[in-house]
Design a protein around this ligand. Structure first.
Ligand code: NAI
Ligand code: MG
Length: 338
């Protein structure tokens, strides 16, 4: 039975890379219907609301969002719609695979997954200034919040992910040596959950700064990594760097009954409207979505075609050193579908 998903093409390069992704999906035989909705700057212009009720209602109905990047205007008072969507649907697990797609980079054959806690930590937005002796900004404070509930569900997610995907090891990165309470609680919960998977998935904990060093020195010693929000934000970009940058990196935001898939990069206003953006991350976001909704064969077909296309190196977008347009690149991927 065909699955209906909520499609948010997004801002800037969003519409052109989602269009490319949809053409690849269609050619690969994905069994999908799309409920097209808007958000971000497009929705602000059309409806006066960056996150319209219709968009939220559609997502609630379908349970799956495929999203292009959304622009967050700087200094406009409107907060990031990406963050708002993650909060609205409690999308607590940010899943970011880092897989080598093109040969000739700094490393070959990288295949890692970082699972980042998406709702807690220092990013909860509990912040304020402290005034002192006439200076209203004499100091500032941001509170890191870790709950047993939040820690447990993200570590469990990482282990279940490892089991479901045949992965061998989970590395838990933390800073419990300094942040004894917040990170200490997180680590304690990590060890508790790990016990339940003993014999099935290997577990190690590692201080986050050492983890950053090891990721660069020898990324092959890792498999699945799990950590709190800010550490995950930073290390997942580092990991994208191991495989050629943000342009190749998709992400899934997973909640209990809702999931949202998107490229990791933004709306690229500097090249918007030129038709030259690389749709790879958007196509890979669609691949993650297909796996999530139970169409893994189509997902695999697309992944293989994308790999063949990138290895052939004759049709590449500008960011990869080629001169193909977004559309030409999508056509090349389609021509490699088997
Ligand atoms: P960006 O990722 O949009 O662009 C950074 C650089 O990478 C630019 O030079 C851009 O041309 C290039 N680039 C990005 N994606 C590309 C692609 N597919 N093909 C070729 N080149 C690509 O980051 P920036 O400029 O910091 O942010 C622009 C807007 O995007 C901002 O409003 C930001 O808030 C938003 N943003 C949205 C995200 C989301 O929707 N999840 C994530 C990150 C940023
Ligand atoms: Mg980030």
């Amino acid at each position: 039975m065909s699955k209906t998903i909520t499609l948010i093409p997004g801002d800037g390069i969003g519409p052109s890379i989602t269009d490319a992704a949809l053409r690849v999906l269609e050619a690969a035989g994905a069994d999908l219907e799309y409920d097209r909705q808007i958000a971000g700057v497009a929705a602000l212009h059309d409806r006066g609301d960056p996150l319209p009720q219709e968009t939220l209602a559609s997502a609630r109905e379908t349970g799956v969002i495929l999203k292009g990047p959304l622009t967050t205007p700087v200094g406009s008072g409107f907060r990031s719609i990406n963050v708002a969507l993650r909060k609205e649907f409690d999308l607590y697990a940010n899943v970011r695979p880092a897989v080598t797609l093109m040969p000739g980079g700094r490393y070959e054959d990288i295949d890692l997954v970082l699972i980042r806690e998406n709702t807690e930590g220092l990013y909860v937005g509990v912040e304020h200034y402290i005034g002192l002796e006439g200076d209203p900004k004499a100091a500032a404070e941001s509170v890191m919040i870790i709950t047993r509930f939040g820690a447990e569900r993200i570590v469990r997610y990482a282990f279940d992910y490892a089991v479901a995907n045949g992965r061998k090891k989970v590395t838990f990165a933390h800073k419990a040596n300094i942040l004894k309470y917040t990170q200490g609680l997180f680590l304690e919960v990590g060890h508790q959950v790990a016990k339940e998977y003993e014999g099935r998935v290997e577990f190690e904990d590692m201080i986050v700064d050492a983890c950053a060093m090891h990721l660069v020195m020898n990324p092959y010693r890792f498999d699945v990594l799990v950590m709190e929000n800010m550490f995950g934000d930073i290390l997942s970009d580092l990991m994208a760097g191991l495989v050629g940058g943000l342009g190749m990196a998709p992400g899934g935001n997973i909640g209990k009954d809702m999931a949202m898939f998107e490229p990791v990069h933004g709306s690229a206003p500097d090249i918007a409207g030129q038709g030259v953006a690389n749709p790879t991350a958007q196509v890979l976001a669609a691949v993650l979505m297909l796996e999530h909704i139970g169409q893994p064969e189509v997902a695999e077909r697309i992944r293989k075609a994308l790999l063949t296309c990138l290895h052939a190196c004759d049709v590449l977008t500008r960011d990869l050193g080629g001169s193909a347009s977004t559309r030409e690149f999508a056509d090349a991927v389609i021509s490699h579908l088997r």
